[in-house]
Design a protein around this ligand. Structure first.
Ligand SMILES: [Zn+2]
Length: 215
C-alpha cells in the first residue's frame, strides 16, 4: 500500500514537472512576439499605416542638444531614445575621425507628410500615415562630402558597418525592394533597438521579414 502511495506521488510529481515545462515553453515562445508592440519595432509601410492618433513618446529638437553630427536645419526632431542612440553612434564616428554627417530629416507630422505626398507625384513620397518619419524613429542622412550619392561616401561605408550596433537598420536595402515596396535608400535609417537590429543583420532581413518571423 505504501509502495502504491509512493508511486502515485511520483506520478503526480512527474505530471507537475511536465506542466511546468510546458508552461515555460509557452511563455518563452510568446515573449519575443511581444517585442512587436514596442514602438522601436513598430512596422510602418503602405500596408501598415500608423494609427490615426499615434503620438511619439518624447520628441527632442536636435538643434537644442549637444550633438556629434551636423543638421541641415534647426527644426529637426527625433524620439529621445533614437536621438541618444544616434548621438552615441556619431560620437564613435567622430572618435574614429569619420566626420561630416548631416541629418537632413527626422520626425514629420502627418500633415507635413501629406504636403510632401501632394508635392511629389513621382511616387517617392509615402502616403500620409505610412511614412516611418511619422514615428520619429527614422532619420535621413548625408555628408558634407556628398557629391550627389551618399552611397559613394566613406561616411556611408562607416555607417553601414556600425549602425546595427546602435540599434539602427538600413530600412530599404537594394536587394529587398520587392519586400519593402520602396526603392533603395542608402540615406534612410530606422531605430529598432539593439536586439532587433542584431537579429535583422544576422538574418539579412528587412523589418517586414523580422516582424513576420516574430508573429
Ligand atoms: Zn527617410
Amino acid at each position: 500500500m505504501k509502495k502504491m502511495f509512493l508511486l502515485l506521488l511520483l506520478a503526480a510529481a512527474c505530471l507537475g514537472l511536465y506542466y511546468f515545462s510546458q508552461n515555460k515553453e509557452t511563455a518563452a515562445a510568446v515573449a519575443p512576439a511581444k517585442q512587436n508592440n514596442l514602438p522601436e519595432v513598430l512596422l510602418v509601410n503602405g500596408d501598415h499605416p500608423l494609427p490615426e492618433n499615434y503620438a511619439p513618446k518624447e520628441l527632442v529638437n536636435l538643434y537644442a542638444q549637444k550633438r556629434h553630427f551636423l543638421l541641415a536645419n534647426s527644426s529637426i526632431e527625433l524620439e529621445k531614445e533614437a536621438f541618444e542612440a544616434a548621438n552615441r553612434m556619431f560620437k564613435l564616428a567622430e572618435d574614429e575621425d569619420m566626420n561630416g554627417f548631416i541629418l537632413t530629416s527626422g520626425y514629420r507630422t502627418r500633415e507635413k507628410q501629406a504636403e510632401l505626398y501632394a508635392e511629389n507625384t513621382d511616387g517617392t513620397a509615402q502616403r500620409p500615415g505610412c511614412s516611418e518619419h511619422e514615428t520619429g524613429l527614422a532619420f535621413d542622412v548625408t555628408t558634407r562630402y556628398d557629391s550627389g550619392t551618399f552611397e559613394d561616401t566613406a561616411q556611408f561605408k562607416w555607417l553601414i558597418e556600425h549602425c546595427w550596433d546602435f540599434g539602427f537598420i538600413l530600412r530599404y536595402p537594394k536587394d529587398k525592394t520587392n519586400i519593402t515596396g520602396i526603392a533603395y535608400e542608402s540615406w534612410h535609417y530606422r531605430y529598432v533597438g539593439e536586439e532587433a537590429a542584431k537579429i535583422i543583420r544576422e538574418n539579412g532581413w528587412t523589418l517586414e521579414e523580422y516582424c513576420a518571423a516574430r508573429k
